[in-house]
Design a protein around this ligand. Structure first.
Ligand code: PNS
Length: 346
């Protein structure tokens, strides 16, 4: 493995120690191509540094200083050897320790970096990086970038709809800007059988508060929906198409797991009346027990929707009544067709 470009170009790096997965030459080259003319001074932070090849490449291309964080003793020795070979010893700091703890210390010290690499061992994977992504955002200079390598397509916190993700064989590389690391994603879960104008009002208002809202079409095990989750999701997509920061996903398992995968910090729910409160309070408490960092936030239903529910829509439609004004106009005909023949199923 050699330094690809810059002042240390061509310098051969030390052999990769056992147990360390180096970033392949192809991925390294592509990452630096994607970053372009980014390296005009500034500091780079290389987390899970391994051989230090990424940070050293950044130093070679013009970063001023680098901090390498690694836990493995052999990898640390390799980083030091590589810095010596490239002649960058004086511009680097090599820290041994747990990435989370080092980040906390850096936040306290008010450190700022222009470029942060996070290339965790695949067994640590996206989850851990997702967990401290917002901390990375705070450490990042305004025009900075976070580059995350992973063995799987990242969703939510560590990528997904945010940033640009490219695939190189079995490696996924996501490049995030600062704003994308500090984004607050909210999940708006429900059965949406069917989506009503009350739901849409809550989704719209949530989209005005949070950076991104993921509508999660789930299955309430106490209910038997008329439409599959994918079909219900399609109807919501249709009526939320005008909202730039709203996306719709099917949620198969637990809400807390879904939220974690999406990198969401918040669950948003609509609250219509005191009668909703008990069940919502119970769910919020249970979800909090399973995922303490996830906050449940309630948006009070608009007065004109306080009587409205999917179940009254189903009942009215099944008995041949008019559901205009109760469901969004864009799906009125579909709802009429689908639910008019139903048994109400309320
Ligand atoms: O519109 P609904 O029926 O009130 O929505 C309920 C839903 C889908 C949000 C809820 O049942 C849910 O979160 N399901 C996912 C499974 C889960 O996490 N269950 C534990 C909740 S305490």
């Amino acid at each position: 493995m050699r330094v690809i470009a810059g002042t240390a170009r061509g310098i051969r790096l030390a052999p990769v120690p056992k147990g360390v997965r180096p970033t392949s030459d192809r991925v390294r080259e592509s990452v630096f191509n994607a970053l372009g003319q980014f390296f005009d001074g500034g500091d780079v932070l290389d987390l899970y540094a391994g051989t230090g090849a990424l940070g050293i490449e950044a130093l070679s291309r013009g970063c001023e200083r680098a901090v390498f964080v690694e836990r493995d003793g052999r990898a640390l020795a390799t980083i030091r050897e590589n810095l010596r070979r490239a002649g960058f010893g004086a511009r680097a700091e090599v820290l041994r320790g747990d990435v989370g703890r080092v980040l906390d210390r850096m936040l306290t010290d008010g450190r700022v970096f222009n470029l942060i690499f996070a290339d965790p061992p695949y067994r640590i994977a996206a989850m851990e990086v997702g967990g401290f992504l917002s901390r990375l955002g705070v450490l990042l200079a305004p025009e900075g970038r976070v580059v995350i390598e992973s063995g799987e397509a990242l969703t939510g916190s560590a990528g997904g709809k945010k940033g640009v993700t490219r695939r190189y064989g079995g490696t996924f590389v996501t490049i995030l800007e600062r704003s994308e690391t500090t984004m607050i994603v909210a999940v708006c879960p429900g059965s949406f059988d069917p989506v009503t104008v009350g739901h849409l009002d809550v989704i719209r208002r949530a989209s005005g508060i949070f950076d991104h809202v993921v509508v999660a079409v789930g299955s309430n095990l106490r209910k038997k929906p008329r439409l599959s989750a994918a079909e219900r999701a399609r109807l919501i997509e249709k009526v939320t198409a005008e909202f730039q920061n709203v996306s719709v996903e099917v949620m198969d398992g637990l809400l807390v797991e879904f939220a974690r995968d999406q990198g969401a910090k918040v669950v948003v729910k609509g609250l219509r009346a005191v009668s909703d409160f008990e069940s919502e309070f119970e769910q919020a408490q249970l979800n909090r027990k399973m995922f303490p960092e996830l906050e449940t936030v309630f948006i009070m239903a608009s007065a004109e929707h306080s009587f409205l529910s999917s179940s009254v829509v189903r009942e009215i439609a099944s008995l041949g009544g008019d559901v205009r004004g109760l469901v969004p106009d864009g799906i009125l005909e579909t709802v009429r067709e689908i639910y008019s023949g139903s048994d109400g199923n309320i």
